[in-house]
Ligand binder design. Structure first.
Ligand code: NAI
Length: 697
């Protein structure tokens, strides 16, 4: 059992003991009820204290149990809370560090609650598309009022115990205990041992001076803010229920709303993303206890767009960075941009001036490779040309100390070939940041053929340290994200040839939920980048069909926002995309040359052709072992490509649609003579799963 029982004088102490955060798994729940029964049966026991061992009171449900029968096995959390409420001896929750979700609901079922200052208290269920399901929506408003409860439950954000204890009239914490929590809790238990009747949160009254108006106001506001997600509004409905319903009826309402949400695609998508994020760091042949190399100092080669952003990540984490360039001007420019970025944060009140100074003090620059020799890791972000990378890695091989990690930020080049420029390929790895590198959450870690396990483990840990979603990719052209986006872009090009305008495609994708449609994205990233890559790629694959529209656009010098002209027109200094007559004419002329009569294409067709293009390539990527699992691909798209969170990533979306239906749609697309029939041959994995009625997950 994952809870211990001991007697301290005439107080029984039940301690949750299920590391790391005392998740309320079956064994822990059983430990609580068994301990309680023992305390009630022992005439010498006057009161009970419940607390958590280690670094949490309780973090809530045990996520390792998600989806297993154990999660629902009796005693379930509701039964445990009922047992605590029914106790004939007072139960005091001694709360510290973290009391979240079910952990807080458990404490709310106790007669009294005392807390250490600084305890993070939250009901975060909304973040996985749910409402609290063990009475949180009914008990929390009874102790901190409806408005505070709605704030906490709709946001899911933690609030510190001492802040809550300051709320006027609050009944959440009877005492904030500075110093020894257990001593304080035992003393408090002695104080209340004989008080009868025992107070229950369920018996408290909830009221609001203008309940109806307030609830309507919050509903309007929350509905406006949570567009694609049903849970926030259900949180409001549930808490509002506490104003008009008896406690037990409020609990019924909570249950109904909870169960209703469980089966929504949005909730499934959020839970999928939650689990997928955790899964990314699990590498089957690199166990969690693999030793890591120490990275106390970092070097960055190249102070351009990526080098500067990459450096900022490490400065933010307190790791000193030395940046190397070919010319002093390039260094000055790079450092200037970093400083300007920080200053903008200070202006917005997001960063304090002393933090800016501290971060800039960690940054040094050099033109001389000899100054890199004490760095534990170097990340190269120079021009995307193999010849340039070759020179840089040969030099790094000469100057870097033994054991230093040599990383490349290449977005398309072969990391194994780069590793082979050195005599230490085991120390070479790819770290593919996304632009702007100081903002974007995604980091693709490219595992080369020779990359040592401890190098991979080190870079994964470092990714966590700089707060990235770190996904491992094998070596292939474009790695996970860009390899898939190539197919997406190819389809977007065919759509233009067949009759769409860039704005129509973008609007359809944005309505689906993408942060940006493919053409606005191209204009933001720079259409010349893709042009350059296509020149190389399609030289290697001369028979591969793609629409030349994007090349024609670049031939007109329309590289995107940076040239104030791309797929759209731009007013210098502004980002509004204005449909362009030049582009429309260019597309129409190209169509006429191909002899295509344009047709009307539905938004549905646009969305499905683009998304299934991602899915099919994604299936190949899983099958080839480039991605370790389909959910890793979803994390790449959610965090690096603006794929809508409420759809859970392309692979999860395909699962939701049903792979059989995905394959059927692909067959229809293949019959279109203007599309590339070969494009729509289902990846063997996709075909197999669809035929067997299975899903990627
Ligand atoms: P950039 O052109 O903005 O910066 C490259 C910098 O490297 C320049 O300041 C240049 O002076 C410097 N440099 C070139 N050769 C050098 C050498 N031998 N020694 C020292 N410094 C040298 O390019 P950007 O966009 O920062 O790209 C850098 C790398 O990051 C490329 O491999 C690119 O494919 C990759 N990447 C770029 C992304 C983007 O959105 N720009 C996204 C992800 C990866």
């Amino acid at each position: 059992m994952s809870a211990t029982y001991e007697l301290r004088g005439n107080v029984a102490v039940i301690t949750l003991n299920n590391p790391p955060v005392n998740g309320l798994g079956y064994e822990t729940r059983l430990g609580i009820t068994t301990g309680l029964e023992r305390a009630l049966a022992d005439a010498a026991v006057k009161a009970v204290v419940i607390t958590g061992a280690g670094k949490a009171f309780s973090g809530g449900a045990d996520i390792r149990e998600f989806g297993s029968p154990k999660a629902l096995a009796e005693p379930n959390l509701l039964s445990v809370i009922l047992a605590l409420e029914a106790s004939t001896k007072p139960v005091v929750a001694a709360v510290h560090s973290v009391a979240m979700g079910g952990g807080l609901e458990l404490a709310l079922g106790c007669h009294y609650r005392v807390a250490s200052p600084g305890t993070l208290v939250a009901l975060p269920e909304v973040k996985i598309g749910l409402i609290p399901g063990a009475g949180g929506t009914q008990r929390l408003p009874r102790v901190i009022g409806v408005e505070n409860a709605i704030n906490m439950i709709v946001s899911g954000e933690p609030v510190k115990s001492e802040m809550l204890a300051m709320a006027p009239g609050q009944k959440l914490f009877q005492k904030i205990i500075e110093g020894d929590l257990m001593a304080g809790a035992l003393a408090y238990a002695a104080e209340v041992a004989d008080v009868r009747p025992l107070p229950l949160v369920r018996d408290l009254k909830v009221s609001h001076p203008s309940a109806d108006a307030y609830v309507q106001f919050v509903k309007n506001m929350v509905a406006g803010m949570s567009k694609n997600f049903p849970a926030p509004l259900k949180c409001v409905e549930a808490v509002a229920g506490s104003l008009r319903l008896r406690f037990d009826d409020g609990m019924k309402l909570e249950r109904e709303l909870f169960i209703g949400l469980m089966s929504t695609p949005e909730c499934k998508a959020l839970r999928h993303a939650f689990m997928a994020e955790r899964a990314t760091s699990k590498i089957p042949d690199v166990p969690a206890d693999t030793p890591v190399r120490e990275v106390k100092k970092l070097a960055v080669i190249g102070a351009g767009t990526m080098g500067g952003g990459i450096a900022m990540n490490f400065l933010n984490a307190g790791i000193p960075v030395v940046m190397l360039e070919m010319k002093q001007e390039a260094l000055d420019k790079g450092v200037g941009i970093i400083k300007k970025n920080y200053e903008a944060q200070v202006k917005k009140g997001k960063l304090k001036q002393d933090k800016l100074d501290a971060r800039m003090a960690l940054l040094s620059t050099t033109l001389n490779y000899a100054d890199l020799k004490d760095a534990d890791m170097v990340i190269e972000a120079v021009f995307e040309e193999m010849g340039v990378k070759e020179k840089v890695f040969k030099t790094l091989d000469e100057v870097m100390k033994p054991g230093a990690i040599l990383a490349s930020n290449t977005s398309t080049l072969d990391v194994d070939q780069i590793a082979a420029f050195t005599k230490r390929p085991q120390d070479v790895i790819g770290t593919h940041f996304f632009s702007p590198a100081n903002v974007m959450k995604l980091l693709e870690v490219i595992r080369g053929k020779a990359t040592a396990k401890d190098v991979l483990a080190t870079v994964m840990a470092l990714g966590k340290k700089i707060k990235k979603t770190t996904v491992v990719s094998g070596v292939c052209d474009g790695f996970i994200g860009n390899r898939m986006i190539e197919q997406y872009s190819r389809q977007a090009g065919f759509l233009l040839e067949e009759g769409c305008t860039p704005a129509q495609v973008d609007k359809a994708m944005e309505k689906f939920g993408m942060a940006m449609g493919p053409f606005r994205m191209g204009d933001l990233a720079g259409n010349d980048v893709g042009w350059y890559i296509r020149k190389r790629r399609y030289l290697e694959k001369p028979n591969l069909r793609y629409s030349k529209t994007a090349d024609l656009l670049c031939e007109l010098g329309r590289f995107g926002q940076k040239t104030s002209a791309g797929w759209y027109d731009y007013v210098p200094g502004k980002r509004d995309a204005i449909p362009s007559k030049v582009v429309t004419d260019m597309i129409e002329k190209h169509r006429a040359e191909l002899g295509i009569t344009p047709r009307k294409i539905s938004d549905d067709e646009i969305v499905h052709r683009l998304v299934y293009a991602l899915v099919n390539e994604g299936a190949k990527i899983v099958e080839e072992g480039i991605a370790m699992r389909a959910s890793d691909i979803d994390m790449v798209y959610l965090t690096g490509y603006g794929f809508p969170l409420h759809r859970g990533g392309p692979m999860n979306y395909a699962d939701t649609v049903g792979l059989f239906n995905v394959v059927a749609a692909m067959k229809r697309f293949a019959a279109n003579p203007l599309d590339d029939a070969g494009f729509w041959t289902p990846a063997p994995l996709l075909a197999k799963l669809a035929a067997e009625g299975k899903s990627f997950s």
